[in-house]
Design a protein around this ligand. Structure first.
Ligand SMILES: Cc1cc2nc3c(=O)[nH]c(=O)nc-3n(C[C@H](O)[C@H](O)[C@H](O)COP(=O)(O)O)c2cc1C
Length: 363
């Protein structure tokens, strides 16, 4: 049997195969941030079609400054637990594991989304001429730490299998670890230890409040998408991965990119196997330095490449996003011999209105 269909343990959680539906904002949430019936149906469909590990769309943990998009699911207070409980109930009968991804937008949002407030960030580094966040106070940093911890406690209360902290794609925690977006000179900036301090404090605080065996995962940037000393280096990403392991994180999903790097997170026009798995080199280096499972995300489109990244020891699991938008039943198809996913990586799914490949709930 292919390695892709063999189980794996992530901390106390046993996942039935190596397929991960990476966190995917679905544009289907209710306007008040609660989970919609369509979303429950979407997660159920992924579960009944054998996705081993399903990671939720990113949820925001602080209102209103943590919110990245108008249609984002919310998780900043206990009223949002009920919706996730329904997802847990919907996926459980199929043996899928379900994880909630928690995030804070930081600078990657706009006053139109944050109720008119100026977005906050480690430092006041503009996105473009018009969008300039303001630097967070130390008190605000402490509050974000508390809010992440509260969200992790909430995640466990939903009955889900684990929680994933979003430290990728240029959102707040990725802004802290990047020297480009974090120019602070206090204990939250400068050395890699200082830049990662906020994450360390979140995990230490959460571990005190969560059950011992409730797994914490992290989606971690391996790069900002730019080379040069002013950006996050792979070396820094490795030391943060080691820190996460020491703090008791159970698995790391390796990604990369930020607002300024445009399509770096979700690369377009992946046509050849050489273009696939574009973070595999970073995953290999990170995996060499830690013992916990490494999940690779980014551009895997053929069964052979997915199998190879695991067989070659670069990662332990493969996470896919866009292919599951088009084919929520992809795992079953791959098991039945399909060799390539149908997704053409055009990124039209970032603008879902009228996009033909969006799953319409009729499988
Ligand atoms: C429509 C869409 C929504 C996404 N939402 C999230 C999200 O909520 N959280 C996250 O970490 N990444 C998100 N991503 C990034 C994906 O999880 C993934 O890292 C990236 O698309 C590369 O994987 P792929 O080539 O399999 O699509 C999203 C990507 C797309 C296309």
């Amino acid at each position: 049997m292919s390695i892709l269909f063999q189980p794996i343990s992530i901390g106390s959680m046993v996942v039935k195969n190596r397929f991960v539906r990476s966190a995917t904002h679905d544009y289907l949430g209710n306007p008040d941030g609660t989970i919609s019936e369509e979303e429950i149906k979407l997660y159920k469909t992924l579960a009944e079609n054998d996705v081993g590990l399903i990671i939720s769309a990113f949820t925001y943990i602080q209102h209103p400054l943590g919110k990245a998009m108008a249609t984002q699911n919310a998780f900043y207070s206990d009223e949002f637990i009920a919706g996730y409980k329904k997802i847990v109930e919907a996926v459980r009968p199929y043996g899928a594991k379900f994880i909630i991804q928690i995030a804070h937008a930081g600078r990657q949002t706009a006053p139109t989304v944050t109720g008119g407030l100026i977005p906050v960030a480690p430092s006041a580094v503009s996105l473009d001429e018009k969008r300039r966040p303001r630097e967070m106070t130390e008190q605000e940093i402490e509050q974000v730490i508390e809010d992440f911890i509260a969200a992790m406690v909430r995640a466990e209360a939903t009955g889900c299998d684990a929680v994933q902290i979003h430290i990728a794609h240029g959102y707040l925690l990725a802004q802290f670890i990047s020297p480009y977006t974090n120019r602070r000179q206090d204990k939250w900036g400068g050395s890699v230890e200082n830049r990662a301090r906020i994450i360390k404090e979140i995990i230490i605080g959460a571990k005190k409040k969560l059950s011992r065996d409730f797994p914490i995962l992290a989606k971690l940037n391996s790069t900002d998408g730019f080379a040069g000393p002013e950006y996050l280096s792979l070396e820094d990403a490795v030391s943060i991965a080691k820190m996460l392991e020491e703090l008791g994180v159970s698995a790391i999903e390796v990604s990369g990119g930020m607002h300024e790097a445009k399509n770096f997170v979700s690369a377009v026009n992946i046509k050849s196997s050489e273009q696939e798995a574009y973070f595999q080199e970073a995953a290999r280096v990170i995996k060499e330095n830690i013992k916990i499972p490494v999940i690779l995300v980014g551009g895997m489109r053929s069964f052979g490449v997915m199998e190879e990244v695991i067989n070659s020891g670069k990662a332990d699991m493969v996470a896919l996003c866009r292919p599951f938008i088009k084919e929520p039943d992809l795992v079953k198809k791959l098991r039945d011999g399909k060799e390539k996913v149908s997704c053409v990586s055009c990124n039209a799914c970032f603008n879902p209105k009228g996009i033909a490949c969006y799953y319409k709930g009729e499988l």
